[in-house]
Design a protein around this ligand. Structure first.
Ligand SMILES: [Zn+2]
Length: 197
């Protein structure tokens, strides 16, 4: 194998198949230039690792891209026959652009699985916690709305009851007045007849 800076980077990023990786390593044992390049990249990467502590989302995206599935362009590349010439050219352009605009934090070694899991858990809780809080708040709001509704209904019920009571009372009062009038009339009539004397 001849010198290949790309292969060295891929080795560093853990993007090579085992066979290809050992071919590159074999080459590096005989090639001081590539060995140096590898060491230099590794040093840079370690330094970057030590520096970057922020932005978990981007790191997570990167981690899931690299560890759990092949690189997006590898997947595209291996879908080979379906790609027409135009899309292949487009892909080549995309890869080139991607290589240029790729943010620095994406250049990282295969992270240790425990660290990945910790990061994922941190990211999950970072995303889930607000969602749960929002859901709880919504449920509480709904609960309060319901309580308010029940209260309003009870108030309406009470109001209606009071209205009914008032109506009944006035009816009773009217009836009582009527009875009293009748009684008076009766009393007058009996007085006239001399019955109650
Ligand atoms: Zn070399």
């Amino acid at each position: 194998m001849s010198c290949s800076p790309d292969a060295i980077k891929d080795l560093l990023f853990g993007a090579l198949e085992a066979a290809e990786a050992s071919r590159v390593k074999e080459h590096m044992q005989q090639c001081a230039g590539c060995r140096e390049e590898f060491d230099r990249l590794q040093f840079t990467q370690t330094a970057l690792h030590a520096l970057r502590d922020e932005e978990p989302p981007r790191r997570i995206a990167f981690v899931s891209d690299r560890v759990f599935e092949p690189r997006w362009w590898q997947r595209l590349w291996h879908s080979g026959p379906q790609l027409g010439f135009a899309s292949a050219a487009l892909l080549a352009a995309a890869i080139t652009i991607h290589a240029f605009v790729r943010p620095v934090p994406e250049v990282a070694a295969v992270p240790d699985p425990a660290a990945i899991e910790a990061r994922i858990m941190a990211e999950v809780s970072r995303r889930i916690e607000p969602a749960v809080r929002a859901a709880v708040a919504e449920a509480e709001a709904r609960q309060k709305e319901k309580a308010d509704e029940i209260l309003a209904a009870a108030r309406r019920e009470f109001q209606a009851q009071r209205e009914a009571d008032r109506l009944m009372l006035s009816t009773l009062a009217e009836e009582f007045t009527l009875l009293q009038k009748r009684y008076n009339v009766l009393q007058l009539a009996s007085a006239d007849l001399g019955v109650l004397r």
